[in-house]
Design a protein around this ligand. Structure first.
Ligand code: LMR
Length: 353
């Protein structure tokens, strides 16, 4: 009888302890999760910023995320801990905006093409040949008419745009002879990001677009599910797409950049001194990406050549580019209502010729 009583007492004690722990972890979660917009660091617990992205570490975005982590932790004296999750470890680009809205991750830098799923006006970045160089994109983002308008609309959906990070210009990787004429695309399957304009771009040259998360591209190429795709040299190299392709056409036909996005309530709930330091870290990182993104892409071309000497690499002549532009031109008319004529005109004004 005594034994039973002792056992019962032990169980009650364990239950009481477990309930106590539960209550404590709930308190912590509320603080960290900032569901009430309040976020505080305590001496033993920093504010955690989970940063999710889909590319490899040796890319402009991968390096930038690491640099941001290092600077944010340094400038806040450890009041902030940035946890970076590369290679779609946490979320694909297709899921990440919802994850930020739910505050499951606090930061991400999805391609602007992915932002179009919530805000179709962002489609402007996917228009073929719309920006002549990265400087034109930066000028667009700094203007109130373009960048101001695009960043402002994110707030309607609990999001806050913090910065724009460039990767660079996209080129065509393909499983056959290099794509040179618009007719070369006919009947072939090309992977695209989640963006209607990108689908339309391939349809305009008689190809079949296949929307697919970034993390699945390599095996889709390897298994012949797709014939090719478009991406920057750093993305092609870091995911070894050059190893499962026969040709690479240096076309620079489209821009790939990232909107660095956070959960608006989380960001506004950060203590002012912490936010200021984190923003300083972000500004410096953005500056680094601007100075190094293009450089990294150039370096990757040399590595691609070295690692796959059999890859046919063709750079389009101005004449050939013109033929692509004419073939893709239909996209501008078809998406005028989606993007808005004002926005298109404002971007076109930035063109030199
Ligand atoms: C892609 O899906 O091809 C890119 O958006 C990946 C990235 O984030 O650069």
């Amino acid at each position: 009888m005594k034994k039973w009583f002792a056992l019962l007492l032990t169980m009650m004690l364990m239950l009481a302890l477990a309930a106590g722990c539960g209550a404590r972890s709930e308190q912590t979660t509320k603080k960290e999760g900032s569901s009430e917009g309040k976020t505080e660091a305590t001496d033993d617990k920093p504010i955690v910023i989970k940063f999710s992205h889909v590319v490899a570490e040796n890319t402009p975005k991968g390096q930038a995320a690491e640099m941001f982590k290092e600077l944010a932790e340094k400038y806040t004296n450890g009041k902030v801990e940035v946890q970076v999750f590369p290679n779609s470890q946490l979320y694909t680009d297709e899921d990440v905006l919802a994850a930020i809205q739910q505050n499951n991750v606090q930061m991400a830098a999805p391609a602007t093409s992915v932002v179009t799923t919530l805000f179709p006006e962002w489609t402007i970045f996917d228009f073929p040949f719309v920006f002549e160089d990265v400087e034109a994109v930066q000028a667009a983002m700094e203007s109130e008419e373009i960048g101001g308008k695009l960043f402002n609309m994110l707030k309607e959906q609990k999001l806050l745009g913090l910065a724009m990070w460039d990767n660079g210009f996209k080129h065509m990787h393909y499983s056959g002879k290099a794509l040179v004429k618009p007719e070369d695309f006919k009947g072939k399957k090309f992977r695209v990001m989640s963006s209607k304009v990108l689908e339309e771009q391939f349809k305009a040259v008689g190809a079949n677009p296949v929307p697919m998360p970034f993390g699945e591209v390599y095996s889709a190429l390897e298994q012949g599910v797709i014939d090719g795709g478009e991406n920057t040299l750093s993305n092609i190299y870091s995911k070894k797409m050059h190893e499962v392709s026969k040709s690479l056409t240096l076309s620079s036909h489209g821009y790939l950049g990232y909107a660095v996005i956070t959960n608006a309530e989380f960001w506004e709930g950060l203590p002012a001194d912490v936010r200021e330091q984190v923003e300083k870290a972000l500004d410096e990182t953005t500056q680094w990406v601007r100075e190094n993104g293009e450089k990294m892409n150039k370096e990757e071309l040399e590595k691609i050549k070295k690692e796959n000497p059999d890859l046919e690499i063709v750079e389009l002549t101005e004449e050939q580019k013109k033929a692509w532009m004419e073939a893709f031109d239909v996209v501008y008319k078809d998406f005028e209502d989606v993007v808005g004529k004002d926005l298109i005109d404002a971007v076109m004004k930035l063109r030199k010729q």
